[in-house]
Each structure stands twice: as C-alpha cells, then as structure tokens.
Design a protein around this ligand. Sequence first.
Ligand code: MSK
Length: 657
Amino acid sequence: MSYKYLYLNTNMPEKDEVLKRTPNPAAKELITKLKKEGVPIFLDRFAAQQPQCRFGLQGICCRMCQWGPCTISRKSTHGVCGKDMNLIVMGNLLRALVSGLAAHARHAHEIYLTIMAVRDGTVNIKIKGEDRVFEMAGRLGIEVENRKIEAIAGEIAEILLEDLGKMKKGELRLLEAYAGQENKDLWRRLDILPRSSAYEIMEALHMTTLGACSDWMALVDQELRSTLAYCYSTLFGTSLATEILYGIPRPQKTVVNFGVLKEDHVNILLHGHSPVMVEKILEKIHTPEIQSLARQLGAEGIVLGGMCCTGNELLARYGIPTVTNILGQELAIGTGAVDTVIVDMQCIIPGMKITADCFGTEIITTCRSNRIPGAVHVPFDPEDPGSLDDNALYVARSAVESFGRRKRRNIHIPDYRTEALTGWSYEAILEAFDGADRLVELLKTGKFRGICTIVGCNTPKVAYESGHVTIARELIADGILLTTTGCCSHALLNAGLCASKAAEMTPHDTRVLLENLGIPPVLAVGGCVDNARSLRLFLTLAEAAGLKTHDMPFMFIGPEPGNEKTLGQGVTFLVHGISNTIGFPGHIPQPTVKPSSDNPEELERCSNDVADFFSQDGLINRFGAQVFTEPEPVLAAQIVKMHLHRKRLELRNQGWS
Ligand code: MSK
C-alpha cells in the first residue's frame, strides 16, 4: 500500500510496499526482523506522520516570524506580513540552502583548523597529501621553496579559513583559483560572487527575516551567491583540505554491504562526515594492544564498517567496507551484531539511539555539535587537540570492550557482500581513462553517451534505495558513465554497480572499453563534499573539449533528497551550467500549486514563478541549465537520456556521433 499524494504526482510507500520494492535484499531481511521484534524504525515513524502537511510539502508554509505560521491558499494569498507565494517559497529554499551550507562549513572549519594544528605542532598527524599541498600552493600563489610541508599546508588552511569567515568585501580565493575565467566573468556580471560562507549565511538569514527583503528575485540572487560559497568555500575547500591531511584516494578493490559484519568479531561502525578523529581511532585500533584486547574478550578480530560519508571517506582511502547509508543506520544496528557506533557529525538520526538501546549497542560521540543523550562523549577539538591520541585510544578501547557486553540474542547478519572498486578521486578518474582528452574522445565517439553524477541522501518517501538503483541501472544500460557520492553511492555499491563486473550491464562497445580498462560503470568518488571531484571532472572535460559546460552531455541527478545539504549540491551544478534531474520530494523547486480557478477552496497542481525560474528561462538564460523534476525513477532516467541525447544532437556539426 502507498500513501497517495496526487497533487505531487506521486505515491509514498508504506512498509509492506518498501519490502516489495527495495532492491536491497539485506535491508528487506532486516526490516522484516525488526518488524517481528517490535523495534520501531523510520518506516513506522513515517507511517505515524501520514498524511504529511500539504503546505509544508509544497513549500508554501512560512514560519519565519512569530506572527505565523502562514500558509498560502485561495482564501489567503498572502501571509500576515504581506508575503506572497513567491517570497515564501523562495525564502524557504534560501533558508534550506544556507542550513546545508552551515553544515558543510562546520565540517570545513574542523578540517582547516586541524591543518593549522598540524602546522603548529599541537596535533600528532602526519600530512599525507603532499601532491595536493603543492598543487594548491601553485594555484594560490604560495611560496614553497625551502619551506616545510606543514608550513605551506598551514598557509593554505589560513586562506581557506578566510574564505569561510571573511566579513569584508573581497572574493573567495579558492573560487579565484579553481573556477574558469568565463564562469567568473559571468558570476561577476550577475553580481553573485560571494564574500565568504559565514557572510552569505548571515545575509540570507537577514534577508528572510520579518520585514527585510520583499523581492523574491533578490532572494534568488542570494541563493546563487550562497551556492558559490557552498561550492568553493565548503565543497572544494573541505575535499581538497582533507586530501592534504590524508592523501588523494586511489582505486582499490573491496567488499561492501551488511554482510561484512561478523558475529564472532567486534563490529565497529564509523558514522558521520569528518574523518579527523576517526583516522586517529583507526590508528589505535590497529595497534597490538587493541587487537589483543579484542582477542582477550573472545573475539576473532575487529571488523570496521562505514556509514554515511565518514564511511565513504574511509572506503575511498583505505577500502574499509561501507555497510549502509542514512536510512540503513537503524537496520545495521538491528542485526544485533554491532558493538559500537562511533559518530562524528551530521546525518546521525536520533532514531539510531532508540535502536541501539534495544540491542545494547554503545554509541560514542566525538563532535561537540552532535550530542546524543546516553552516549559516551569524547570530543575532538582542533583548537585544543593535545589529547587527540589519548582520546582516540580511549575510544578504541571502549569500542572493543562493548563486545564483552553484547546481547547475544537475536543476531542476524544478512549474508550479502558485494564487490566494489572504489577510490575514484578526480586524479584517479583521469588517470584511469588516460587523461581528459581521451575521455572526451570516448564521449565524442559515443562510447559513453554522457557522464552524470548521481548523488544525495535516501528518503522514506521512496522505497528504500529503489530510486537510486533503478535510475543508475537504466543509465548504465544506455552507455552513460556515472559518478556517485553520499548515501546514493552506498545504494549503488550494495547493488554491485560499482564493481568492474557491472560493465556487463552496459552496451557492447562501452562494455568492451570498460572491461579492457577494468573500470566499473559507476565510480564512487567519496562523501558529500567530494561532489567537488565530480564537478572538477566536468569542468576539466568541457575545457578539454573546447566547449562550454552547458553544451556537454552532462547531468546532475538527485533522486532522493533528504538533508538540506543536498539542495546546495544541485544548485552548485546548475550555476556551472549542468542541468539537474531531481526526484521527489525536496526543497529544490518543483511544480507547486496555485488556488484552483474552479473551486477556490482547492489547490491545483501547476507551477509558480519560482518553479518556473528554476525549471525554465530564469536559469537557462543565466547558466544554460535547468531543473527537471520526476519522482518515478524509470521516467527520471528517460529525462536524463533525452537531455544527453539533445546535447549530443546539438554537437553533431562538431564531429560528435
Ligand atoms: S551522508 S547529507 S544523508 S548523502 Fe553525507 Fe547521506 Fe545526505 Fe547525509
């Protein structure tokens, strides 16, 4: 059975429907197990929320002051203050985007300060990404002769921190260093160049407060400006700075999925986004002291498994298996085999602790911003990092000691493990294809019909992982190369699409090519901030082809938006000329509703000015890109294929097949 949302042209699945439609058999087993055991999970809470508020779902509810909440309908076309639908929809979108920006900015802040602590010698971390340090120093005009690597890295981090927090006029140094000249000129003409992440967040919140900005188009400009801060100050900044600390990932084989857990081992899950504390904990877990502690407690060894984007980081760098994504966190604990979950920041849902309490799983929090009542809290603070080694050792020991307290009833680990080839950094992708020119040639001759990035969270509004996997299967079957990040990548990894063997799902010529090169058709590039890697790839390929990005057969696909961070991801690609196909539902504009002319009490599905701006001329005129919205995955894949086909037709007179 499904919950019907006709005015949004979709149905949302209830639990039995999820069990029928999820492509993930391990998740199916675990949902069934937890149902039998009476353990509540997200699907039960989702059911209890039905029907969800139609105003909220359509972005036409305003809660930006205490005169409200105000909603838009035939009888109330304006909020109490006089705001109309456009102002409310756009204000909600802007606030959502800068919330996502704030999350990435907090992550970035931790990484930048950690690099400074390395420079100052207050933290015991060895810089592994020397290549990245020199590359960034070159672009930022930093002197490298006769300087220690830590000093150069520290100077880079100072610049990144300024991009993050500068309040005075001046452009982002990283944008200056990494964006193409044509884009920079365009953004300057449009007056959307940002000062810093912090400034744009402040300005966005200010503009949307009661009695501030009444011009929805000015809010659109602030959305675009905040997006450029999001892209360069937090996506590029964090991804590159993490590579400074821990190195640039290289391809490596691994095995993923729920079945990597082992009943007779200590099972530790690593969850969140920032890898700093976790990297140190890994060091400690590999020491003879902690390994022998595990054996003393009767375990055969220690299994480490990744969740969400900390999982993606560790998968990319070390091949540490990922287990699951944001909506699978309760399911992983529901195996009954997880001893400890070590979490840092973001996407750690409160429901996880409810499940953890049912199974006696220990939760250890390591970030001051992400507290959980009842969890052990051992925070990392890059401005007071002296105790990092001691704290990491304490966490490693506690995580292993939980094995001794594990409740041994009701353990069930679904027997599903999936091979994968991961670690696809920007450099690794270009190397694998023998450079940008060669990859452009493969696009031109049609060996690849296009390249898309498919990313984002899961949502309970779609049967678990079905949106991602269905679209990806459809696209690779059409010869389209995919990159993926975030929770979407977990779904595609678990479905086997990131394994070299998946080349057999592609058309003959593409298959021969991929098999010869040993490359899978879906490249898992990393966590949310590593969308910078995919974007950089797109920009490099367009430059190598001598074309504008919006002329290339590229697309951004976000089938299951969840976290507010995903909004900025989509708009990031839009401002670079790359169209979006997004699923349902999310804060990205989609056709909304207006009062029906036949019945003033009814709202009818149609479009509004904000949705029109994003899906039609507004964005096309500025960036040559637009947003398509389609909740049904097979139809969404058709939209992507048509878009890429249209781009290729337009390139025929330039020798494209
Ligand atoms: S973890 S932001 S649920 S992708 Fe980056 Fe997944 Fe979305 Fe969090």
